[in-house]
Each structure stands twice: as structure tokens, then as C-alpha cells.
Design a protein around this ligand. Sequence first.
Ligand code: EPU
Length: 426
Amino acid sequence: MVHRHTWAVSDFVVRPSGPLSGSVSIGGAKNSALKLMAACTLAEGRYVLRDVPQISDVHHMCGVLESLGMSTERREDGALVIERGPSVISDPPYELVERFRASTALMGPLVAATGRVRIALPGGDNFGTRPIDMHLRGLEALGAITEVGERDVQIVARRLIGARIELDYPSVGATENVLMAAVLAEGRTTICNAAREPEIADLAAFLNRMGAQVLGAGSSTIIVDGVDRLRAVEHTVIPDRIEAATVLAALGVAGGEITLRNVRHDHLGMLMEKLGHMGIRTSPEGDGLWAMATGRRSATNVATLPYPGLATDYLPLLVAVLTLADGTSFATENVFAGRFRYVSELAHMGADIGVDGHHMVIKGVKRLTGTAVEAVDIRAGAALVIAALGADGETVISGGDHLDRGYEGFVDKLRDIGVDVSRSLA
Ligand code: EPU
């Protein structure tokens, strides 16, 4: 059993803040932790995962693993202990899976571990349809037979056989599913045009610790030599680079001088470059990062790309900062064509943003105006909190449960560095 949190629907109330000061500790990466949890279905035994954030997506993934016959428990020191017996069920219930998209990461490991899986298809979300065609083609290349129904997909493979797989695009989710299936396949799998995100390298490190033979994760060619069996292990999740970006963007609007602890600056290269263009100074310090911002930010141009390019998850955060910058900025979203719904909410606060296809022209204004706005997804919600720091009056952000999906202790962490933020029941 996990500690059961209640994820109450509540608004975020933010008032203009700054300058920020003090230090904040960054938690483990959501988008790594969820995949490592899925990988625990691969082998029997007791896993200990450290730095798994206490967020609602993790809570939902615990529920799914329990529905498969596994157990999950938060230890007193915060580590998540997951136990998997000699067998695992491979039909996760529809109602548990459809709640969050990361559950698609169960396809690869469950088909590798049990020979079959039936799982709900991920719905679209607030930034458009989210197809899984590349995941399925990758698994088919390993010998699986896939059958897509109206609500779910069934994947069957008596045995998986290593193959050379060329992904059309370096999809994070497709790379992860193929990788988690290939570790137990017969022979060698080569994944070409693989995603290079740090979360992929973390997953490969976890799988290698379990006894897998994975080479090249973090580069665009991953080579996997299948093994007969894997074992349960302990692992510490990498720090969340998007949480770090969120705090740095807040500093960009509010100004001040802060220290971030538990940061991998080698994962933040392009972000630090762009923050530098805006006039935010950063410098690595031990296992963390020192950052300072004074005066007004400068306009700059930003475009998202797969890693090591600028992450799509950073864009709403950076756009929030640029709405208050001195000058005109151009921003382009190349990864999720429909990820723009936060723009109208920023405009509602007085931001001057023109949208043309997947491009934005942002004319910086001196101040925004606090008002009632809605968070439509995790990063959109974070962007509104950031913008509110530079708005006159109070901003009330509904849809706060989106932030609970991805940020642990968001309000407390921001309050610790001087942000005036609280929650009120909606
Ligand atoms: N795509 C396809 N077909 C596929 C797979 C992807 O067309 O089979 C398209 C997508 O529609 C999208 C692009 O390829 O346009 C990139 O998708 P990708 O597969 O790389 O992303 P993902 O695995 O679905 C993860 C993160 C996202 C993050 C992206 C990009 C998780 C749970 N989600 O999604 O994070 O934005 O990678 O880095 O790991 C978030 O944290 O809020 C979030 C959305």
C-alpha cells in the first residue's frame, strides 16, 4: 500500500512577489520515475526507488501496479518499495490506466515479461492527439502482433526477437517501450534515431543494474543484447530538469538570488543558454545551481526540439517570462503542434502574444494584471503561476490538480524562496 494522499481540487492564489531568496531542493524526475516503475513489471523481487516524487501521476501508477498483483509502499525515508511476485497480471483495468498517459509505458515491459498485454489506448489531451503508432511499429518489429480496438490495444508475442528498428522521429515514449521490450528479447536490437533525453539514459542505467545489456542510451543509437532474466534492484531517480526550469523561470519574473539543490546541470545545457540570453545568470555549485536575476529580462527567440534541444515542457515557462521581457521574442513549438492553450490565459492577464500556426510573437509588456485563469495542463499551470509573479493584484488559477500531477510540494517550495502563493478550495 502507498500512503494515500487526497488530491483535492483547489485553486492556486498568487500575488506579485520578489525578489526571491534562499534555496530550494529539486525532486526526482516525474518522467523518469514513472517509466522505472513500469520497468519493475519485468522481473520478480523487491525494488527500492529513491527520489520518486509524491505526485498524483505516481500515485496512479502505484494503483495500476497493485492491480497487476504487485505491492507498493512508501518507506519512512521516502523511498518507494515495489514488490513483484513470480507472476504478474497483464490486463491493467481500463479505469486506472486511462487516467494518465504514462501508463502506455507498461506495454513494452508487460509483453516482454508475460507474452501479452491488453491496455487502454491513451486519449488525446489538452495539447492534441497523442498517437502511439511508433510504439506499436517498434514492438511489431520485435515480433509482436498488435490489434488496436476502439478503446484498447492488445499485443501478443510468444517470443520477442531482436531487430534493427528505425524510429521515424526520436519519440521518448516509443524509445522507452522498445527498450523495455528488447531487454528480454532473443538476440540484438538496435534502436536508430532513438530519443536522447536524460530520462532514457536513467531508464537504461536502471535496466543495466537489473542485469540488462544496454549500450548507447543517451545517444541516438541504442544497442540492446537480450538476456534471459533480470532481477529487482535499488536505484535513485535523476533530478527533475523541468521542476528546475520552473523555479528558474519564477526567478526570471520575480528577480532575486537563489540556489537550487539536487540539479544535474549537464541536463540543462540549452535551458541555461536561453536563460543567459534573457539576462538570468546561472553557475553550477556542487550538486546544485546558483542563479541570479536583476532588472528586466531581455527578449530572445526560443524553439523546442527533441533533446539536446530545448524541451517542449520548458516552453510555456519561458513564454511566461518573455511576456514581461524588454522587446519582442519569437517562440516556436515543434514537438506538440497543439500545445498552445495557455496562451489565451496569458493574454487574459494582459500578455501581448500573437499565434500563427506553431509560432508565437511575444511583445513584452511592463506588467500583467492578476485575474481568474485556468490551468489546462501541468506546464500551462506552472506558466500561469510564473506570470502571476509579475502581475498587479491577485491571480486565481483554477485546475490546480494539473499541477499536482507533476510537482511535489509546489506551494511549499515556492513559499520557501519568497513566492506569495497559497491554495484555496475551489
Ligand atoms: N508521436 C507520434 N507517434 C508516436 C509517438 C509520438 O506521432 O507513436 C509524436 C507525438 O504526438 C509528439 C511527438 O511525437 O508530437 C513527441 O512525442 P514523444 O513520444 O517524444 O513524447 P511522449 O513520450 O508522449 C514525453 C513526456 C512529455 C514530454 C515529451 C517530450 C512522459 C510521461 N511524457 O511524452 O512530458 O513533453 O516526452 O519530451 O514522459 C509532461 O511532463 O507534462 C509531458 C507532457
